[in-house]
Design a protein around this ligand. Structure first.
Ligand SMILES: NC(=O)c1ccc[n+]([C@@H]2O[C@H](COP(=O)([O-])OP(=O)(O)OC[C@H]3O[C@@H](n4cnc5c(N)ncnc54)[C@H](OP(=O)(O)O)[C@@H]3O)[C@@H](O)[C@H]2O)c1
Length: 289
């Protein structure tokens, strides 16, 4: 597994395993167990996903079975909007580590740029200074908000996780993050299956040359431009497929062919739509159960 170095010097795998929409506890525990068994060392969860306990169980079981050490694993969770304040973030950290059954986090992320994100960040900076979390991060901070935030806070976000895939390339965001030493991370790196990604002629055409699938080409394109990816699947054979992207490289021409698929907007969700903003400001994790 290839790693990428964050601005504070710590390394994290370029491919992680996402667990959004795996809410059934046993299914989530099994998926994370399978992911660890096939080589994933980075897990991406969130309070909103209602599955931190299952993720933690699988990780602790893998450690107890001697498959991995805690130090080899990189666990990221995200605090939800209702906890976006100084006190809220402190309490959210305690609750998340308790649910995960871990005594530190590798990364703690503000899930959305809503609420008192500056208060929350102060709490994250203190947790980071105290060694309770190894990296602190944001998610869904688009260029103007990310710029404002990065200009004001002391510790610049180590990572910003955004929707990024061949149909939404976001080179402007990547360039903007790099000014602050922030590493880009892609959520929905398989576009959640939108735009016929798994059978797309450009992606399958490139893949044929290397004996790779369209999914592998899409993931390779992101990691090759320095973007961490966290694809989700509950199928073990797809977990293997999604992680097997380090034995080939796209040519500059092929990178450009994938770049050309960019729609310039999300095919999944429009974060600039007021109705979407209202939804994310008010929805609670328990609403999604
Ligand atoms: N920060 C945020 O706001 C945010 C938002 C969304 C997601 N995320 C994170 O990003 C992770 C990934 O994003 P996502 O889950 O939304 O979408 P995704 O990874 O782009 O796509 C997942 C979908 O693709 C299917 N799939 C996966 N690998 C495949 C393959 N090789 N061939 C065919 N189908 C495949 C999965 O189905 P099966 O499971 O049936 O295989 C699932 O339906 C999440 O799990 C979460 O950790 C973060």
């Amino acid at each position: 597994m290839e790693m990428i170095r964050l601005s504070n010097g710590i390394e994290t795998p370029l491919v992680g395993f996402g667990v959004f929409q795996i809410q059934d506890a046993e299914q989530c525990r099994q998926a994370v167990t399978d992911a660890i068994d096939v080589g994933y060392r980075r897990i991406d969860t969130a309070v909103l996903y209602n599955n931190e306990a299952a993720v933690g169980k699988a990780v602790r079981e893998a450690i107890a079975a001697g498959k991995v050490t805690r130090e080899e694993m990189f666990i990221n969770t995200k605090l939800w909007t209702c906890d976006a304040s100084y006190e809220g973030a402190r309490k959210a950290y305690e609750r998340s580590t308790e649910r995960l059954g871990l005594d530190y986090l590798d990364m703690f992320m503000i899930h959305f740029p809503f609420g008192d994100v500056y208060g929350a960040w102060k709490a994250l900076e203190e947790l980071y200074a105290a060694g309770k979390v190894r990296a602190i991060a944001v998610s869904n901070f688009q260029v103007p908000k990310f710029t404002e935030f990065a200009e004001i806070v002391d510790v610049k976000p180590h990572v910003n996780q955004l929707e990024m895939h061949p149909f939404f390339a976001r080179y402007d965001s990547i360039e903007n993050m790099r000014e602050y030493g922030t590493v880009p991370e892609a959520w929905g790196p398989l576009a959640e299956g939108k735009e016929g990604i798994f059978t797309h002629p450009v992606l399958t055409g490139i893949g044929e040359k290397y004996g790779k699938t369209a999914a592998q080409v899409a993931l390779r394109w992101n990691v090759q431009r320095g973007v961490i990816v966290v694809p989700k699947t509950v199928h073990k054979e797809r977990m293997v497929e999604n992680i097997s992207i380090f034995d080939f490289a796209l040519t500059d021409e092929e990178m450009k062919q994938v770049d050309a698929l960019d729609l310039g907007h999300s095919p999944i969700i429009d974060h600039n739509n007021p109705r979407v903003v209202k939804y994310f400001v008010h929805v609670k994790p328990e609403d999604l159960l």
